[in-house]
Write a protein that binds this ligand. Sequence first.
Ligand SMILES: CC(C)(COP(=O)(O)OP(=O)(O)OC[C@H]1O[C@@H](n2cnc3c(N)ncnc32)[C@H](O)[C@@H]1OP(=O)(O)O)[C@@H](O)C(=O)NCCC(=O)NCCS
Length: 202
Amino acid sequence: MSVVSAAPFLRPPCLRSPGPQGRRHTLPASEFRSLSPEDAISVFEIEREAFISVSGECPLHLDEVRHFLTLCPELSLGWFEEGRLVAFIIGSLWDRERLTLDALTLHKPHGTTVHVHVLAVHRTFRQQGKGSILMWRYLQYLRCLPCVRRAVLMCEEFLVPFYQKSGFKAQGPSEITVGPLTFIEMFYPVRGHAFMRRNSGC
Ligand SMILES: CC(C)(COP(=O)(O)OP(=O)(O)OC[C@H]1O[C@@H](n2cnc3c(N)ncnc32)[C@H](O)[C@@H]1OP(=O)(O)O)[C@@H](O)C(=O)NCCC(=O)NCCS
């Protein structure tokens, strides 16, 4: 692992513990914010462990992470603990009912569907409710975006119950396969506020 790629997980000595004079200059314990291209390496480090080490594949390669975080950062959400990325979602807009191969690389600015490319939680923070909480916050946020009508994702079959708990419904097998991997497509009906829709020009 290169020094650069490990950097987000190495905490400089000044952040390790507050001195006797109190918590000056400390980063927020917990923060949610949209990601930027500068976060791409931290994102990819989590993806590398979560996906590449398991199957050799990952939803978004580093250049694709940068691509979406440049085009539509507002459709991403990161969870930071003391400045360190611990979980994230990356989405883009899509303009068709079902996902096709193009959806893996394209952002359709006039689409009304958010394609959730990836949700991942850093290994040491899994099974603590973070994935579910982050998805819940993300879906709440999408409800405030007047042009968004639904969210879609594709996942391996074993994760269908996880996404069902967040309110997603299975739509059937996806036409997309990656090597030997097959996926179920799922959707979530996003309901924007009526008054925002009326005034949005969508
Ligand atoms: C899947 C993932 C996002 C879940 O986040 P999390 O914070 O660990 O999940 P939560 O603590 O909110 O919820 C736990 C529930 O997730 C489900 N779940 C998590 N990992 C699972 C797995 N490998 N297989 C089956 N179910 C799993 C279970 O329903 C579990 O409930 P249980 O504890 O009652 O069994 C996380 O494990 C992860 O990042 N995995 C690797 C990357 C990945 O597969 N991402 C999804 C595809 S884009």
